[in-house]
Each structure stands twice: as C-alpha cells, then as structure tokens.
Design a protein. Structure first.
Length: 252
C-alpha cells in the first residue's frame, strides 16, 4: 500500500514536492520541531490520534478500497472524497511512522438512533482491534503531559463549545487521555477547535492533519524513499486494522 501511495501522491501533485523543511527524525516525532502539531510539548515520541465515530464509519464503508489503494477521491467526488483520500494518506504514513490511532470506548455506543446488536458488535470489534494494535507498542502515557495547567472550569467552558451529547463526551475523553489530535469530519466539532487548543488537543479534519504533517516534514518518507531510513514499526499493527473491517468475525 505504501509504495503505491507514494506513486499516486507524486503523480497527482496532491502535495507539493520538494517540501522545504529538513528531513525529520523517525519513526518517532520530535515535538518541539512541530510546535503547530504538538502545541508546546517537548521530547520525542509518537503522535496520538483519536478517531471520531464518523471516521470509523467511513473506514467501515471504504476501508477495503483504502487498503486496495483505490483512489477514494475518484470513488467519492467532492469534499468528502478529498477527506477520505487524506485519511488514506495518513494511514499510509501510520504504517511507517510512530502514529497511534485510538478508538475511544465511547464510540461503541455513539449513535443518534438505537444500534442493532450487529452494528454494536462491529464497533466493539473495531475498538478491540485498535486496542490490540496499540498494545504492540510501548506505553508512554507519562509523556503525554498537559501543555497548560488550567482550572477545571476553563475546560468545562471549552467543552461547552462542542455540540452537546456524544460529541462532547468523546472530545472530553480525548482531552482526559492527553491525546494530541481528535480527528473528525463533523463541522460542529471542528468549529470548537480553537477552544480546545489550550488543553493540548487539536481538533482536525483528515485534510487539516495531512497539511500539518506535511508542514512538519513528516511525509518526506512517503515522497522519497531516501528519507525512509528507520526500521519499520511492528507490522502486526496493520493486520489488526484490517481485521477491524471484518463484520463477520466478532470476538466474545
């Protein structure tokens, strides 16, 4: 998938090349070299990204095509297809960089209508597979420090900018878990992005995150193999993300 994505990106001109920033260290990230992405954090480590429910549902719908390297922008014309293709590039980058995807437990029941047992089981399976992928890498929770020590009332005021209900609960869970990015296509959630920045959380669409990664030089390794000089992360992670797509093999 990664090799094919490199070819497609360079052929399509989706991202300008060369990007005039130094080749970064990898597969980890140097936080102070990408302050726009890590919001004042220091040290080295992974990029932690939580997926909103709408991204998980997109993955259910288009994940097979994503892994088959289909052009999702052609499959789904317009802004939606562009966001799907950005997610596809981010997943290609996840294969070779230390990016850690999180499905928050609250996603299992996040729905405006009652979930069937089958749909709930499919979400639970995906949550477990994402957790299993995370379990293959070392736990670095102590490094996910708060960027600012602000009163709890300030956080509640910021969360009030997020639409009430499941959206607000998921964003609160991402803040409390000290993750770096909450990835969503929901316009209402995206509108609250400035309010959550002081709490170390970036609310971004896939397109936003891809642009931020490009600005940090993080996609050098996709555009030119000379910059892919580090050992690959544990590739068993990939099998877990692919198994998250399978609606027929639910684990008790």
């Amino acid at each position: 998938m990664t090799s094919n994505m490199i070819y497609r990106i360079r052929r399509s001109g989706t991202l300008d090349w060369p990007i005039k920033v130094p080749t970064p260290e990898g597969p980890h990230f140097v936080y102070h070299q990408a302050r726009h992405l890590f919001l004042g954090r220091s040290g080295r480590g992974p990029l932690h990204v939580a997926w909103d429910t709408n991204l998980l549902l997109d993955y259910f719908d288009h994940g097979a095509a994503l892994w088959d390297n289909e052009s999702l922008a052609e499959r789904c014309p317009g802004e939606y297809g562009e966001e799907l293709e950005a997610l596809q590039v981010i997943i290609s980058l996840w294969v070779v960089r230390d990016i850690r995807f999180h499905i928050l437990e609250g996603t299992i029941a996040d729905s405006r209508t009652p979930l069937s047992d089958e749909r709930r089981a499919r979400r639970r399976q995906a949550w477990r597979e994402f957790c299993d992928a995370l379990a293959l890498v070392a736990d670095d929770e102590s490094l996910r420090i708060d960027t600012l020590l602000l009163p709890r009332s300030a956080l509640q005021n910021a969360l009030a900018m997020v639409p009430a209900g499941n959206d607000r609960r998921l964003v609160a869970e991402a803040v409390q878990s000290r993750l770096h990015v909450f990835l969503t296509r929901d316009k209402g959630v995206l509108a609250a992005k400035e309010a959550l920045r002081p709490f170390g959380l970036l609310i971004m669409s896939p397109g936003d995150l891809l642009e931020a990664l490009a600005a940090a030089g993080a996609i050098h390794c996709l555009l030119d193999r000379r910059h892919l000089y580090w050992p690959m992360p544990d590739q068993q992670r990939v099998s877990h993300l692919i198994r998250a797509l399978d609606p027929t093999e639910f684990r008790a």
